[in-house]
Design a protein around this ligand. Structure first.
Ligand SMILES: O=C(O)CCC(=O)C(=O)O
Ligand SMILES: [Mn+2]
Length: 216
């Protein structure tokens, strides 16, 4: 979908959309996923998408993968409580506070999940050429069984899960729509990897906001 131009500011009166709560799907051998499609109304998601596209500090940072530094195939930004740090692939991302719209969204995500989150990683997939490869969110600072809450805005994209090496299980797929909320929980990260593959027919941007609780 297109990120439309609507007046600001963003307010959160329609969060969460009570008609769209979902129950967790269990993914043997371990972990759960809850997907709520219309967590934000489409209007609200479109306004927030535009606001974040214009106001966040999107950069293409290099990451250390397979023994070399390469540009990430997407743009990112990071926010969190002062003093928080999230490290992956050679990057040390540090929290320095919350821009207004992300602070409001964090409250809404906390209300929905009953969890606290002290960081948000923001991913901007400029079009279907941008992607994120197979990985698990298993960094030490996330703790043993992290709860990760992921908000999608803009173009719909496929989100795939596959069992980690040595594990049995069928691949799973969710199409992450604008305004949706996906929550990964339990021991999912021990048993499964996930990715956001390329989608060459997609010309529109997608923003993904991934809320995590990291230890200091
Ligand atoms: O863009 C997405 O939906 C996936 C993001 C993700 O897996 C991550 O930030 O670790
Ligand atoms: Mn991830």
């Amino acid at each position: 979908m297109r990120c439309e131009t609507e007046p600001l500011p963003i307010t959160m009166p329609d969060v969460p959309d009570n008609n769209s709560r979902t129950s967790p799907v269990h993914l043997p051998p371990g972990g759960t996923i809850s997907y709520t499609e219309r967590w934000l109304s489409s209007d609200h998601a479109a306004r927030l998408c535009k606001q974040l596209l214009e106001s966040l500090h999107w950069r293409q940072l290099p990451v250390y993968l397979f023994g070399r530094w390469i540009p990430q195939p997407r743009l990112t930004d990071f926010h969190g409580d002062p003093g928080t740090c999230y490290s992956y692939a050679g990057l040390d991302l540090r929290g320095r506070g919350w821009p207004g719209p992300l602070a409001e969204l964090r409250e809404a995500v906390a209300l929905h999940t009953g969890q606290r989150f002290n960081t948000v990683l923001c991913n901007l997939y400029r079009n279907g050429n941008d992607y994120m490869g197979w990985h698990a969110d298993d960094e030490r600072e996330l703790g043993r069984d992290p709860i990760i809450a992921s908000v999608s805005l803009g173009a719909s994209r496929r989100f795939l899960l596959r069992p980690r090496r040595g594990e049995r299980g069928e691949r799973r797929e969710f199409v992450l729509a604008s305004g949706s909320l996906l929550v990964m929980a339990g021991d999912l990260q021990h048993h499964w990897q996930h990715q956001l593959p390329k989608a060459l027919r997609v010309g529109e941007p997608r923003i993904n906001l991934t809320f995590r609780q990291v230890s200091g």
